[in-house]
Design a protein around this ligand. Sequence first.
Ligand code: KIV
Length: 275
Amino acid sequence: MKNTVTTYQQMKDNHEKITMLTAYDYSTAKLIDEAGINSILVGDSLGNVMLGYDTTIAVTMEDMIHHGKAVCRGAKNALVVVDMPFMSYQTSVYDAVVNAGRLMKETGCAAVKLEGGKVVCPQIKAIVDASIPVCAHLGLTPQSINAFGGFKVQGKSLEAAQKLIEDAKAVEEAGAFAIVLECVPEKLAKMISEAVHVPTIGIGAGAGCDGQVLVYQDMLAMFSDFKPKFVRQFANVGEIMKQAFKDYDVAVKDGSFPAAEHCYKIDDDVIEKLY
Ligand code: KIV
């Protein structure tokens, strides 16, 4: 069944948990889609896990469109959400609408995601008014890493917790269909999830959220630069890949690969005539 923004709301209303995973390419998107995951986020985390940057700051619209297109070709039923990269919406409401429009037109995604609370509500409202669904992102918003001074849990003080609740209500009011909560204390994330009508999707925000999202390389142990506390490694695919690469290296060098079954045939009389 095709997942839409309406499905998201129905799932929250029916107390069914929503699943989301990131993907950045066709083959992975297809596997995630076939596994029945509700939605795929083409996250700007591709800057870290696909392109090897330290942060998401350098990710461009062209990067997001390139990977977003590939994911949309692989996802039949999952709702595909594409991240708006740094400086594609902060600069003005006009830029936000133009860039959200480009992401939807050029990738075929069903929604976009952007980071921030009250301060980006004019952008959220304008994008939604242009019939482009928006997922908001609060808590640890990686595009603000230089302002935060590092990857830290957000909303721990009274003022910060109150601000997060207000931001969640504001983005809902502006028209966001869902809110990603990243690195937020479990009890606060639960309160926020109960305070808004739209679904919350947690990453490092505990089980009280309406759904969960993980970066797929993290949950498959394919990314070894760092492992956030909130990640559960569901399989050690990184080790399996590394072992397979080693086995290939050995097989090529000892001559056991390629074997007869991997080779194409030609009639001997053709070969003989070549001598
Ligand atoms: O870019 C991303 O992958 C994200 C998730 C961590 C929510 O924004």
